[in-house]
Design a protein around this ligand. Structure first.
Ligand code: PLP
Length: 406
């Protein structure tokens, strides 16, 4: 498309300069690594197993998949697949904004929350503005900070054998000029929450030019209060939401970033101008409009998770007090060995975090999957796992910038 040289505004009120700046920024960033839970989970499993083989409780996915309503909505929209349907994309974000009591310009939809997560780190972290993260926590912001050339300050979780919360005072003390303070609530991989007052304190305390990024990917599984009301109060916080977890849409892709328009304007020009898949918009809208979905699935997850945690504790193993769809299990020996031994039985549990080398992350799967896991775990713990090591990466992952994850 050639633009009329005389016009400084594009349709939609976007200025030519900001359009070109955004395009330049997007292409400059195109080669940067973009690491998601799926990449990290695949890179960590000892054998790159086909998804239809064995039991995959390694990537915090939801085996229930999209709701019945979401499936019907996808089927119904397919005949319109030749169109972009921007109006549906806009009204979908407006529904979420209305439900949350937000102005529509405080909500931007993306195909999943990974993209706005990365873009936020790229927008606010730099060589002079570090990323501050808990340890262990979700690693994606670390990879983005590396791409941005920003220092990474890892702060151990407080009370690691108990509540395993973010240590907010220590995170605030880690840097006087942070770019991004990342808080994952509930935390991946521990499934534990950090008290709202503590998060609010972090938001109120970070200096100008810094932002607190609260990742609420797993919030629907818990009773933890959301930080979205703090956005409404005009605070210095960006909140991430995804449809990949409770809503079971990891493969369909939909998510939101929520924040003050002036903060979002630093993030959105860096990427995300692609139209959203209309199937994902339709499915996510149907999910939002189903009032039973969150409470029903939360209850199912509560039951499965508590049964598994009780089983493991009754066998003498320490487990984090998760309120999410995953937990950390202390196996009292190198976690990678246990992971490899389980993989040999085609049970794929999650990765090991260097800060807690004797623990593996377990995603809560279906009742049958968890019965198979329990059975295999008890057997594996009676065998000698010494020397077991993850097998080499799948060739596709070897070609990526994060191949050294193995
Ligand atoms: N944030 C956290 C903490 C996650 O664990 C994940 C995925 O596992 C995401 C964000 C991103 O998920 P998606 O890009 O599928 O929305």
């Amino acid at each position: 498309m050639t633009l009329p040289a005389s016009s400084s505004m594009l349709p939609g009120g976007i200025s030519r300069r900001s359009f070109l700046r955004a395009a330049a920024a997007s292409s400059a960033l195109a080669g940067l690594p973009f690491v998601t839970e799926a990449h990290l989970a695949h890179a960590a499993i000892p054998k790159f197993a086909p998804s239809d083989q064995g039991i995959h409780i390694d990537a915090n996915e939801n085996p229930m998949g999209p709701s019945e309503g979401a499936r019907k909505a996808i089927a119904a929209i397919i005949p319109n697949g030749g169109r972009y349907l921007f109006d549906k994309e806009i009204s979908f974000s407006e529904i979420f904004a209305k439900q949350q009591g937000l102005d529509p310009e405080m909500v931007v939809a993306y195909p999943g929350s990974s993209e706005p997560l990365h873009l936020t780190v790229l927008a606010f972290a730099s060589s002079t503005r570090p990323l501050v993260v808990a340890d262990p926590s979700y690693e994606a912001p670390i990879w983005a900070a590396q791409a941005a050339g920003a220092p990474i300050l890892k702060v151990p979780l407080a009370d690691p054998k108990g509540a395993a919360t973010h240590d907010i005072p220590a995170m605030l003390a880690a840097s006087s000029t942070p770019g991004v303070l990342y808080i994952c609530n509930p935390n991946n991989p521990t499934g534990t929450t950090t008290p709202f007052e503590q998060i609010e304190k972090a938001i109120d305390s970070v200096p100008k030019g810094s932002v607190v990024l609260v990742d609420e990917a797993y919030i629907h599984f818990s009773d933890a209060p959301s930080c979205i009301p703090l956005v409404k109060q005009g605070k210095n916080v960006l909140v991430l939401r995804t449809f990949s977890k409770l809503y079971g849409m990891a493969g369909i892709r939909m998510g939101f970033i929520v924040g003050r328009p002036d903060l979002l304007q630093k993030v959105t020009p860096l990427g995300g101008q692609n139209p959203l898949p209309i199937t994902a918009v339709a499915a996510a809208k149907a999910s939002l409009l189903d009032p039973e979905l969150v409470p029903t699935r939360k209850k199912i997850m509560d039951g499965l998770r508590e049964e598994n945690i009780a089983f493991l504790r009754s066998h003498g193993y320490a487990v984090t007090p998760s309120v999410s769809n995953c937990f950390m299990l202390n196996v009292r020996k190198p976690g990678k060995q246990v992971q490899a031994a389980l993989a040999a039985r085609e049970i794929y549990v999650g990765r090991v975090w260097p800060a807690w080398p004797d623990a593996v992350r377990v995603t809560v799967g279906t009742k049958d999957e968890m019965a198979a896991f329990q059975n295999a775990f008890v057997q594996v713990m009676q065998t000698n796992t010494a020397g077991l090591e993850p097998a080499p990466l799948h060739p596709r992952l070897r070609q990526t910038p994060f191949s050294h994850l193995s």
